[in-house]
Write a protein that binds this ligand. Structure first.
Ligand SMILES: CC(C)(COP(=O)(O)OP(=O)(O)OC[C@H]1O[C@@H](n2cnc3c(N)ncnc32)[C@H](O)[C@@H]1OP(=O)(O)O)[C@@H](O)C(=O)NCCC(=O)NCCS
Length: 205
């Protein structure tokens, strides 16, 4: 099993009896975890994306990608597990250190749950866990963007309180078609803990 920085967060909604649903930050990746992550990512890319990839890049490219990702200090990888097997992930991306003006805001990127594990509440848990981590790191705003075609993700984000503030008319090219992109933000309500960066209480547009 992997070493993890944070204890796994058990599913709290109880809507999937028979399955153990957890989300954790992955700081070291075992071979088993890497295998499951690559399988899940490949299936996720085929069934709806969640990455820049439109077609699965192959096992070697994905392995190199995840091994490299573990070394990037600005990125934290969160994984969702069903019955202990990784079935999805999301990345919390911190702003560049020279970006003082936006030091209060982080991004959530590359969110996906493999098709075989969708609809059990893991996507919801994953985003909530990333939000908690962002809050604990002192961030007050989470930003994300999504293709207009990713309807489940749009529903999930909007149900969690993300506010759409913009539309990019030429956001991505998918199978020869240009698709729009939706841009969202969420102001993270302080949990009364370690918020350190000053941030607007209202969007500063
Ligand atoms: C978006 C995505 C991550 C959602 O993952 P998920 O694990 O299926 O999400 P959830 O299970 O938390 O919620 C999905 C739906 O299942 C429902 N659900 C949750 N638990 C359930 C259960 N036990 N039984 C039935 N339905 C359930 C939720 O209510 C939700 O329904 P709603 O949208 O009508 O409210 C997934 O669809 C995905 O990977 N899509 C492709 C990639 C993508 O678009 N990524 C975003 C890029 S920014």
């Amino acid at each position: 099993m992997s070493d993890v920085a944070d204890p796994p967060m058990p599913a709290s909604d109880g809507r999937s009896p028979g399955h153990v649903l957890t989300v954790e930050r992955l700081v070291e990746c075992s071979e088993d975890d890497l295998h499951a992550l690559c399988e899940a990512a490949t299936a996720g890319i085929i069934e709806g994306g969640g990455f820049g990839w439109v077609r699965p890049p192959g096992r070697n490219a994905l392995e190199s990608y995840y091994r490299g990702l573990m070394l990037v200090p600005e990125r934290e990888l969160f994984v969702a597990r069903m019955d202990q097997v990784i079935v999805g992930s999301a990345q919390l991306v911190r702003p560049a250190r020279n970006n003082e003006a936006q030091a209060f805001a982080a991004n959530v990127m590359h969110v996906f749950i493999a098709p075989y594990a969708r609809g059990h509440g893991l996507g919801h848990l994953l985003i909530r866990r990333v939000e908690e981590a962002a809050r604990a790191l002192g961030y007050h705003v989470l930003n994300l963007d999504v293709r207009e075609t990713q309807e489940e993700a749009i529903r999930l984000y909007e149900s969690l309180g993300y506010v759409r503030w913009g539309v990019h008319p030429a956001y991505a090219r998918v199978h020869g078609k240009t698709v729009r992109g939706y841009y969202y933000y969420k102001i993270l309500k302080p949990s009364g803990s370690r918020a350190t960066r000053s941030a607007p209480s209202e969007p500063n547009q």
